[in-house]
Design a protein around this ligand. Structure first.
Ligand code: XMP
Length: 512
């Protein structure tokens, strides 16, 4: 296996992801626990991540001496390069112009690190992000790659098998980075590809069993990929010790709650409680227009409803959640970092403390596309795996202005027609997320011989990789015309349709 020592970079998980893609098992440990992690795992190779600190600051993080003493190969990235350099007797200085973004590295000498990938004398694009730089390499090290602002872009000690880079090979902006990591893992550390999602599944099942023992677990199921995969994994691990609760808040898409319940009961024989809380949610949301107030009401009602159901079951010691790695980074930066809360995301936060439950989060290390692979592995139907993301507060945040039962019903119909057209035209999998929004605006129209005065429906469709940024989808106008005609003809209450051509930023994907 490979051990990744995390010095706090935002992209450490990407290193793990790239290593997993090479078919090799790896684990991440924070630098504070690196020594015990190294001892426990006995890895064949170690990677030091980047990090936000400066090695020139007193008390800044260091790698455990045991790693150097063991003689295993090391790949040290960015901050990792700097700490390795000072720990082995080199010098790092601050005060240089910080460098962010693309740079071109010129290769000065061949190395197993880029065997078969990069040639001597040529230049290759990489992604840099750093303030400090190494100014004197430790003894035995040699510079084998340079860029205009990074004289120590690649600095290695081939004999000891220590490889250090000032750039980040793990990010997509270093196009060959995945191959460099594969070379490190296969050629330098010498590990074979024998790890897969099937192995991950088996490992997680064992971990869940160890964590949960004989205790009871409850899970909130929404029908989304994340909560579904988490529930299936926990179900595989502890069977009937798991109960899932689906809170139907009346804010889901057409037929969604029933489809989800049917699928889980039929295919998985999983214990699932379907709670009809439609009147409760829609009643409290009646007339509420402020987006954050909607989210707060929904969050609170969700917790209350879930808690009541859990009490009926006699409580549980564990709460299963489909938290993914990007959620983990986001919530860390939301609570402590400089980034601001754009929208308060709805989840079951607060419940575990209130009910004194511990968390089971088997997907914490994975990215969305990896969760999809795992879902396939667990036999989840494609219609579930490929589902567009759907926000926890559901259709409530797609009814700007006050929410009413009537508006929700109109919106649900329009949304179903829009998605039906998207599916029929083979566009569902090309689009990242598509939905209808019911605007609190009435306009005049003419249908048959009569004047109409009804709502406007906005259609939204975006492409995205992770939802952080997005482009509006460029439909063929004929498609939009057809979808609009169907919505206006088939849905009472809508007489005009518009298409949203805003990207993110400056817009967000949802309207609220
Ligand atoms: P925005 O609108 O922020 O959305 O560009 C990015 C992604 O997050 C989803 N989203 C939410 N998901 N609770 C959720 O669980 C929320 O409150 C929430 N708000 C937005 C949105 O659907 C998109 O996929």
């Amino acid at each position: 296996s490979v051990l990744i020592i995390d010095f706090g970079s935002q992209v450490t998980q990407l290193i793990a992801r790239r290593v997993r893609e090479t078919g090799v098992y790896c684990e991440i440990v924070p630098f504070q626990k690196a020594e015990e992690g190294f001892e426990r795992l006995q890895p064949k190779g170690v990677i030091f991540s980047g990090g936000p600190d400066s090695v020139t600051r007193e008390g800044s993080p260091r790698a455990p001496q045991a790693v150097f003493d063991s003689g295993v190969p090391i790949l040290a990235i960015c901050y990792g390069q700097q700490t390795l350099s000072v720990q082995l007797g080199g010098v790092v200085e601050g005060g240089h112009a910080a460098e962010f973004g693309r740079a071109d590295v010129e290769i000065l000498k061949a190395s197993p690190l880029f065997e078969g990938i990069w040639e001597v004398g040529k230049k290759y694009p990489v992604w840099m992000s750093h303030g400090d730089r190494v100014t004197v390499a430790p003894e035995g090290f040699e510079i084998i790659g340079v860029s205009p602002n990074a004289p120590f872009a690649i600095c290695v000690n081939e004999e000891k098998r220590y490889y250090t880079t000032m750039f980040h090979p793990e990010v997509v902006h270093t196009p060959d980075g995945g191959k460099l990591l594969a070379n490190f893992v296969h050629k330098i550390v010498g590990l074979k590809s024998d790890w897969s999602m099937a192995a991950y599944r088996a490992e997680m099942v064992q971990k869940i069993r160890d964590q949960v023992g004989d205790s009871k677990v409850i899970c909130a199921l929404s029908g989304g990929v994340d909560s579904s995969v988490a529930a299936l994994l926990i179900h595989e691990a502890v069977g009937d010790q798991l109960t899932c609760i689906l809170v139907d808040h009346g804010l889901m898409r057409k037929n969604e709650a029933n489809e989800v319940v049917a699928m889980f009961r039929e295919h998985y024989n999983l214990h699932l409680i379907h709670v009809d809380a439609v009147d409760r949610f829609v009643g409290e949301l009646e007339g509420v227009a402020d987006p954050e107030t909607k989210r707060k009401i929904i969050g609170r009602l969700f917790i209350e409803t879930f808690e009541e159901e859990a009490k009926k079951l006699g409580g549980a010691d564990f709460l299963g959640q489909g938290t993914l790695y990007p959620d983990v980074i986001e919530s860390v930066s939301f609570s402590g970092g400089p980034s601001v809360t754009i929208k308060s995301h709805h989840n079951v936060g607060g419940l575990p403390e209130r009910m004194n439950m511990k968390l089971v989060e088997p997907l914490r290390e994975l990215f969305k596309d990896e969760v999809r692979v795992l879902g396939k592995e667990l036999g989840l139907p494609d219609s579930f795996i490929g589902r567009h993301p759907f926000p926890g507060p559901g259709l409530a945040i797609r009814c700007p202005g006050g929410v009413t039962k009537e508006k929700l019903d109109i919106l649900r119909e329009a949304d179903a027609i829009y998605l039906d057209e998207i599916r029929k035209n083979g566009l569902y999998d090309v689009i990242w997320q598509a939905f209808a929004v019911l605007l609190p605006v009435q306009t005049v129209g003419v249908m048959g011989d009569g004047r109409t005065y009804e709502f406007v429906c906005a259609l939204r469709a975006v492409t995205s990789v992770d939802g952080m940024t997005a482009d509006f989808y460029q439909f063929d106008m004929n498609f939009l015309g057809k979808a609009a005609t169907r919505i206006i003809n088939e849905v009472r209450g809508i007489n005009r349709v518009v298409y949203d051509v805003t990207s993110k930023p400056p817009g967000t994907i949802e309207w609220e």
